[in-house]
Design a protein. Structure first.
Length: 219
C-alpha cells in the first residue's frame, strides 16, 4: 500500500524542532503522520494524540492543526510508559524528577512546544488515557494511538478514543509490527481488530505507522 503524499511538509521550524526533540519516531514516519494530520484537519475537528512523551510527534500534529485552524489535543500522564522506567531499554535519566525520583516528561514536552512556537496550537491533557476518554464529549478528526504498548493499554486507548472519531476521520497507529521479532504485538493486534471491525479501511503504510480511515460504525 502506498504511503502518503511526499510533497506535504510541515514548516521548516517545525521540522527542525522535530529533529532536535527527544523521542523515537523516525522522520519518514513523522512525515506520514503529518500528511495524515493535514488530511484529517480538513474536517475542522481536533486532532488527538495518545502518548506524547517529550513532544516530538506532537509538533507535527500541532503544525497541521494550526494550518487547518483547529487544535491538537495530547493525552499523557507524563510518567513514562513501561519500557521507559528505570532499568528498562528506553529509560532516559534526564526526564526523571530529581526531587520525587519518578519520570516526568511534562517540562521537556512544554519546552519542545515553546521552542517551536506551537504552544498555542496544543491543549495538553495530563492524566490517564481511559479517564480522559470517559469524559471526552465531541468528535475528533484524528486519533493517533502511541501510548503504552501492553495489550491492556493499547486496547484501552483504542476502545476509549476510536468511538469519538468522526466518519471520514483517521485512526493512526504507531509501532505496528507483524513479526514479534521486530517489536511488541499489542499495537498490531489493535490494528487487526480495527480492520476486522469493518469500520475502517487502511489508507497508507509507512514502516510501523498505519493510517486507517473511519468508514462506518461497529468499532
Amino acid at each position: 500500500m502506498p504511503g502518503p503524499a511526499a510533497d506535504i511538509q510541515p514548516a521548516q521550524r517545525t521540522l527542525d524542532a522535530f529533529e532536535a526533540a527527544k523521542g523515537f519516531m523516525p522522520r519518514d514516519e513523522g512525515l506520514a503522520l503529518y500528511a495524515a494530520a493535514v488530511d484529517a484537519g480538513a474536517l475542522g475537528l481536533p486532532l488527538l494524540e495518545v502518548g506524547s512523551y517529550c513532544g516530538r510527534s506532537t509538533l507535527l500534529l500541532a503544525d497541521a492543526a494550526r494550518r487547518a485552524g483547529t487544535v491538537a489535543v495530547t493525552v499523557d500522564h507524563h510518567r513514562g510508559s513501561e519500557e521507559q522506567q528505570p532499568g528498562w531499554e528506553y529509560h532516559d535519566p534526564e526526564v526523571v524528577d530529581a526531587e520525587l525520583g519518578v519520570m516526568d516528561t511534562l517540562p521537556t514536552f512544554r519546552r519542545t512546544l515553546y521552542r517551536a512556537g506551537l504552544e498555542n496550537a496544543v491543549v495538553a491533557v495530563v492524566g490517564a488515557s481511559p479517564r480522559a476518554a470517559s469524559v471526552w464529549g465531541r468528535p475528533l478528526g484524528l486519533v493517533f494511538v502511541d501510548g503504552g504498548h501492553t495489550d491492556e493499554h493499547a486496547t484501552n486507548d483504542y476502545e476509549g478514543w476510536a468511538p469519538h472519531l468522526a466518519e471520514g476521520g483517521l485512526l493512526v497507529i504507531h509501532d505496528v509490527f507483524e513479526d514479534p521479532a521486530d517489536g511488541g504485538q499489542a499495537p498490531y493486534r489493535v490494528h487487526r481488530r480495527a480492520l476486522a471491525s469493518g469500520a475502517f479501511e487502511e489508507t497508507s503504510v509507512t514502516r510501523s505507522l498505519r493510517v486507517l480511515r473511519r468508514i462506518g460504525q461497529g468499532i
